[in-house]
Design a protein around this ligand. Structure first.
Ligand code: ADP
Ligand code: MG
Length: 325
């Protein structure tokens, strides 16, 4: 008879990492979300070798107290929710408290953080917490208020996962896409991205119009209609391209629910139906759309990476989006 035993912490995090940390772009998404949750007005991203070798995300958010640095890397530790009621009303990107723990279990993570009133920054050096040996040391460090997270050598200790990574160029492409998704939804925050030392994107804080132009280009913008419709607690706003600007792929389809980029069958279906009479079957519409719903009417805790959601009134949402477009 096989005996049952609890799994060691590190292995539990590595298993969770299978869902949350699919590739460098998923790490990037989690780290940008954390910076946004910290109220950052500026987010700087540096990548090396498609993010496989290094991802470094710096922000000017509220930072962390030195004592909190090891907790940030601990599993199921979060500053964002405390009760089930909080979960049902959640307004932050994060709430599961497992992203950094998962990442730290499959890469070398370094946190440097400073709260606005701290005399200096503090630094927690990579891996030790994730390795579960409890010997994490916190050192004083240089740095402005805010947080910098470095993630080096993704999957260095899980070679089987590492084999699933594609070339640096392909992984960079996914990172670029994740970066643009986050930038589109947060036009009030300045974003910069560099890869192997060369600047790729620099978006100044401004209006949604400015951001959509910066990210998707003037050609996209020249072919869109502004959407802004509200019905009770529902609101849909953003830009939808005219049929003349259709694409061969879904590459310019950005759909957000309460600020979260989602891939949702219901919304895709409503949008496809709305364009059905004006688009040839093989062509794809282009849009950047933000659906706002009462947080209590949507469940975001469906998938570890939170790219799927569940609506309470899915029929109502479908009709609303279809008619708006
Ligand atoms: P979650 O975002 O679900 O809470 P994470 O593992 O992503 O879980 O982060 C754990 C905690 O670390 C967060 O709840 C937050 O308190 C802190 N944290 C992470 N990144 C930052 C950051 N850039 N600025 C300030 N605090 C951060
Ligand atoms: Mg998080």
């Amino acid at each position: 008879m096989p005996r049952i035993h609890p799994l060691p912490d590190l292995l539990v995090s590595q298993i969770a990492a299978g869902e949350v940390v699919e590739r460098p772009a998923s790490v990037l998404k989690e780290l940008i979300e954390n910076s946004l949750d910290a109220g950052a007005r500026r987010i700087d991203v540096h990548l090396e070798e498609g993010g496989i070798r290094l991802l470094r995300i710096g922000d000017d958010g509220h930072g962390m107290a030195p004592d909190d640095l090891p907790l940030a890397l601990a599993r199921h530790a979060t500053s964002k929710i405390a009760t089930l009621e909080d979960l049902e009303q959640v307004a932050s990107y994060g709430f599961r408290g497992e992203a950094l723990a998962s990442i730290a279990s499959v890469a070398r993570v370094t946190l440097t953080s400073r709260t606005p009133d701290a005399p200096h920054a503090s630094r927690l050096d990579g891996g030790t917490v994730g390795q579960g040996d409890g010997s994490a040391k916190i050192f004083p460090a240089a740095g402005a208020p805010g947080t910098t997270v470095e993630v080096a050598d993704l999957y260095f200790n899980t070679p089987a996962r590492r084999k699933f990574l594609k070339s640096a160029a392909t992984e960079y492409g996914h990172c670029d896409e994740a970066f643009c998704r986050m930038a589109l939804a947060n036009p009030g925050v300045a974003f910069a991205l560099s890869h192997n030392g060369s600047a790729r994107h620099r978006y100044a804080a401004g209006s949604l119009e400015r951001r959509v132009r910066d990210v998707l280009g003037d050609d996209f913008f020249a072919h869109v209609r502004l959407i802004d419709l509200a019905a009770g607690p529902l609101r849909l706003n953003g830009y939808a391209a005219l049929p003349a600007y259709s694409k061969a792929s879904r590459s310019e389809q950005y759909c957000y629910v309460n600020g979260r980029f989602v891939r949702d069958k219901l919304l895709s279906h409503a949008l496809r139906e709305a364009y059905a009479d004006v688009l040839h079957g093989a062509r794809q519409p282009a849009f950047v759309l933000f659906l706002e719903v009462d947080p209590a009417a949507v469940d975001v805790n469906v998938h570890p990476a939170k790219t799927e959601v569940r609506f309470r009134d899915s029929r109502g949402i479908h009709q609303f989006v279809f008619h708006a477009i």
